[in-house]
Design a protein around this ligand. Sequence first.
Ligand code: NAD
Ligand code: UDX
Length: 426
Amino acid sequence: MDISIIGAGYVGLCSAAGLALKGNKVICADVDPKKIEKINTGEPPIEEPGLKEALDSTRDKLTATTDINDAVLRSSVTFICVGTPSTDDGSIDLSFVKAASEAVGKALRGRGYHLVVVKSTVVPGTTEDTVLPIIEKSSEKRAGAGFGLCTNPEFLREGSALEDFLNPDRIVIGEFDRKAGDALAKLYQNFNSPVVRTGLKTAEMIKYASNAFLASKISLINEIGNICKSLGVDAYTVAEGVGYDKRIGRAFLNAGVGFGGSCFSKDVLALTHKAKETGNTTPILDEVIKANKEQRKRIIELLKKKITLKSRRISILGLAFKEGTGDVRDSPAVDIVRYLLLEGASVVAYDPKATDNFRKIFPDINYAETARQAIDRSDACLVLTSWDEFRSMQDADFEGMKSKIIIEGRHVLDTNRVTGFEGICW
Ligand code: NAD
Ligand code: UDX
């Protein structure tokens, strides 16, 4: 199939690469000319395992442009993959989705049937109440007759985005009508995953419910982990024992400094706002977000029990919101560095991939080239991301510290190699 993808960020570009690997001809369109140039020279603008190789091997199939109109015209299916950030009050900002919908609609004017698929995460009702009327107005066509409309939420995780796109646990197709759903199902026919076909609003809700469950699972295990620490119980053995229960499962039971990233907080907040609009309250989800924020403060509180922070040099190992990515959006490290600076500490940070992105937020802290360089001469060290290289660290790596105060938030240091550290929940 000939596919256009509007928005070449994490989801857009990884979907584009995945669909090209599956044999489709894909054209990405983005308003950011730097991104487009990089993609066209085979250079992924984001760090994702396998993405560079995918771009290299699909050069004849995947191209990129800043011309949305042209991209739509060259395709029969268009995916909208633009960002849906939070507004100041936490509700969803649909401005990019609206702009992309209008541009797609304009491009469709005077053309034959075309399938439009909303892949961006949008609160239930958005595709039908916002995207559909915008496209109808700008294309001068009717949904169903002149163009098809689907919503197809994406569940990929950063750090394994391409692999997740190609092998999803399920494919959710929300369809305006059967014709549109059939066309999208055809596109996914060479994927080996269960397909759930449903209405537009239900598909949108499946995405939010999934993220709400996952975020809740983490906040719950963190709360259990905090209790475990006080009781002298090992939170990870508890997770193992609990995780064998098939109704619960072991995944997402890693207690620690909490969730970050571009999706969980944003999507849970957007859902709670949507809930209010419909006259519902969300006491559990409100607490999930609050508890996650508190967990970031908890590591500072633990540190303050050991030393005063004013004028201390604190090393931070790990800036990315999780291992395997350079993304720092809503990373726990952002809040934690901010708290440290407010307390008058100085910070020296190390991350194998996220330094450039972190520097955009904190240009004035110190950045080290290696973990050891960050640790040397520091008064305390906080470990905030589970990078593999931290797993093999040993006592010798911490020898240069002024005092050996290490608190770790990701259960990544090996107790057989490093002695005398404390975990946030263990
Ligand atoms: P992103 O910020 O990485 O990428 C969005 C891209 O859209 C940017 O490159 C931006 O320049 C471009 N853009 C904005 N307005 C545009 C327009 N009018 N026309 C063309 N391009 C435009 O965002 P992302 O992380 O890829 O997320 C995209 C959507 O997917 C969001 O709704 C997000 O919630 C959802 N999602 C993200 C993930 C993830 O792990 N990042 C996973 C699943 C779902
Ligand atoms: C998440 C969803 O998993 C994915 O389905 C959705 O499409 C986008 O949002 P992502 O944010 O990329 O993906 O990463 P994920 O692996 O879910 O981790 C999110 C955060 O939770 C990270 O900060 C991670 O460190 C944290 N986490 C995860 C925990 O604290 N404990 C766990 O047990 C698992």
